[in-house]
Design a protein around this ligand. Sequence first.
Ligand code: ADE
Length: 419
Amino acid sequence: MSNYDVKDTGLAQAGKLRIEWAEAEMPVLRQIRERFARELPLKGQTLGACLHVTTETANLMLTLKAGGAECFLCASNPLSTQDEVAAYLATEAGIPTFAIKGEDHETYYRHIHAVLDQRPTLTMDDGADLVTILHTERRDLLDQVLGGTEETTTGVIRLRSMQREGMLHYPIVAVNDALTKHMFDNRYGTGQSTIDGILRATNRLLAGRNFVVAGYGWCGRGLALRAAGLGAHVIVVEVDPRKALEAHMDGYQVMCHLEAARLGSIFCTLTGNINVFRAEHFAVMPDGAIICNSGHFNDEIDIPALEAMSVSKREVRPMVVEYTMPDGRRLYLLAEGRLINLASAEGHPASVMDMSFANQALCAEFMVREHASLERKVYAVPETIDAEIACLKLAALGIAIDSLTPEQEAYLASWQSGT
Ligand code: ADE
């Protein structure tokens, strides 16, 4: 394979403009990039990244390259690549990129292998596919890896499982677990970009509709908030009793899945689990129901069951497939059940990715500096990094806040005063 694989190199100029547009909303990452260019903290490192190839990711890769790393990038989802961005990175930014929107399964994994062929010393993953291939099919490369970072909830869950089974070969920082990541990216990013994806795919009015949100984690909370903001009647289905209670007190209707399936008009799953919408639900969903996924993998909707139950299917709009059931009901599956916010829209806006990717850049630097003292474990983002990013973001937004007075600090550190 050549040293990149993109759809069309002629798209590079369009990609450059879009990357600049995102950069304007990424002041924290920009400051880190300026410091990295002076200090070169990643000098001598080879970074293998498996991320959604978007304008925001391009700004992260440019930052890591400015820090001295040789960077190689592949897609973390077959449908999320922005082909203009891949073209610019590969041909003009000196960042070999292996990513084509709509690539098939075989190409997706060939691209991961192409990045691993560069013998990375650092990994940066979104969903842990690259790390999994490294730990299964490419174990010969493991010893030279110092450490890695992981972007998303699903990836962190997979890595913790590897750690529990004694499989994890090098330390990885769980970027997702930083407050400046999941409180903003997972909630406000997913909330807005998922609505954006559904609207771009369907152009349906949300006001007055029953909108079913499956899963009330940070992503589900964000989606429920934004769907309600557009006038939808939000129904939450959730298996965790605490989160279900929270959804109830946040003002949403909470019910069992099967009941929600009968009532819903738009269904979106964001649970990180498998077969959340399945045959028993498809059997009762109303005619015209729209079904989509905004969780990391495309296994939250049991598509094989939908295929088996339907009598015909056709694509009625880009990214919208109509399945006709034996009783004549039509169900609409968006974006092949893949991440609707990245497949039909552009993913989270740059302003939240600014903080997520500032965490990525600073955690890569942390890993290079500290790897010798770390074990083969999943680590939290250091508190200092998380807090620094919040301070930089506030400053960039022109928001000043107070700090504790010495008296208040002493009070909080003491136990003597009470009633
Ligand atoms: N994940 C969600 N939105 C994203 C974006 N805009 N870029 C990269 N990864 C993302």
